[in-house]
Design a protein around this ligand. Structure first.
Ligand SMILES: C[S@@+](CC[C@H](N)C(=O)[O-])C[C@H]1O[C@@H](n2cnc3c(N)ncnc32)[C@H](O)[C@@H]1O
Length: 332
């Protein structure tokens, strides 16, 4: 294989196994490198993988693997350089190297997850999503949201939008309480699974972190286990406030970031956690009334319970004029 061979041209998401079908010297070195890493000899694996990458410098997955070994061997600087190479080769960052790069910093600063990474992740996950999340990890998000709505006395919604609807678990849970039910998701394969359930009136492939203003009039907007992939929530809260009707509800789950750890944080799980204070402040700024929070285990992760927050916020029914300075404000 050479740097201009077919393997390189189709290489962005190529796994080492797929790469092996291509060729030869680089191929063999990558295979040996894998075997060495498997046996725990990381320095030798790194050396061989560097040699393979000299021959195929455009192989994004090879750089990604090299970075993982470099990080495991304690050479974080080299790992960061290798993850940077992945992002340069594939600016859409379908492997999520930007996140790894960021996690390797002392203080992670990424505030948004690359859309192409999330799409690839869930496209690959779609067929085993429910078995894995519900059956194995005890995921409870949709049931917790519906329970919170019913406890708040909100039992019927005429126009419902389910952001990040996935395979349709939230849709199934809310269907008995909904008139029109619409779902958005970034992953075509998750949407295909949702379509099979037949509970949505409309499904659209959309990136919920880049929604256009204009489709106002939902009386319930839902986001179950979705904002953990979005990161900073300023934009989406503003969009939701403009898209839910006065008196309507925004209901979502989050992984809770404990007090004193900042507004939001990207965790090693590659999901974001958000603090209750941050969310409360954003909702208020966007024009929602004081939210209600309920705390419960959202799901398990690596044998540990993940602390979840279920949040309900009601859109202000009318703007009021603050007498002191005449500024337009919103009240619940
Ligand atoms: C953990 S699943 C939850 C699915 C569903 N809400 C549920 O409770 O079962 C997260 C879903 O959010 C979607 N998602 C994540 N980020 C997104 C984005 N920026 N735009 C649209 N969908 C997104 C993923 O594709 C995935 O289907």
């Amino acid at each position: 294989m050479t740097g201009t061979g077919t393997g390189v041209r189709r290489s962005h998401l190529m796994t080492i196994h797929e790469f092996s079908s291509g060729d030869l010297i680089a191929d063999r070195r990558a295979d040996y490198a894998l075997a060495l890493a498997g046996s725990g000899d990381l320095p030798a694996a790194i050396d061989l993988m560097n040699q393979a990458l000299d021959l195929v410098p455009g192989w994004a997955a090879g750089w990604f693997r090299l970075a993982e070994w470099q990080e495991a061997a304690g050479d974080t600087d080299a790992a960061r350089d290798s993850w940077r190479r992945v992002v340069q080769i594939d600016p859409a960052d379908r492997l999520g190297a930007g996140l790894r790069l960021d996690l390797a910093r002392t203080v992670p600063v990424t505030e948004a997850m690359p859309a192409a990474f999330v799409e690839t992740l869930f496209d690959q996950y779609a067929e085993r999503f429910e078995t894995s999340l519900v059956d194995q990890l005890g995921y409870q998000g949709p049931a917790q949201i519906v329970e919170a709505l019913l406890l708040a006395g909100r039992t019927r919604f005429e126009r419902v939008l389910d952001l990040g609807c996935g395979t349709g678990l939230m849709g199934q849970a809310i269907r008995p309480h909904a008139g029109w039910l619409e779902g958005y998701d970034i992953s075509g394969r998750m949407l295909a699974q949702a379509r099979v359930k037949g509970v949505y009136d409309a499904l659209h492939k959309r990136d919920v972190s880049r929604l256009e203003l204009g489709g106002a009039g939902f009386d319930l907007i839902l986001a179950a286990d979705v904002f953990i992939y979005v990161g900073a929530l300023e934009q989406i809260m503003g969009w939701a406030a403009a898209s839910v009707s006065p008196g309507g509800v925004l209901a979502f789950t989050l992984e809770e970031l404990p007090e004193g750890e900042g507004d939001l944080r990207l965790r090693p799980s590659r999901r974001y956690a958000h603090s209750a204070d941050y969310v409360e402040k954003l909702l208020e700024q966007a024009g929602f009334g004081a939210p209600s929070f309920s705390r419960a285990t959202l799901r398990m992760d690596a044998g540990q319970p993940v602390s979840g927050l279920t949040v309900l916020a009601v859109r202000a029914t009318q703007p009021f004029r603050r007498e002191t300075d005449g500024e337009e404000m919103a009240s619940a």
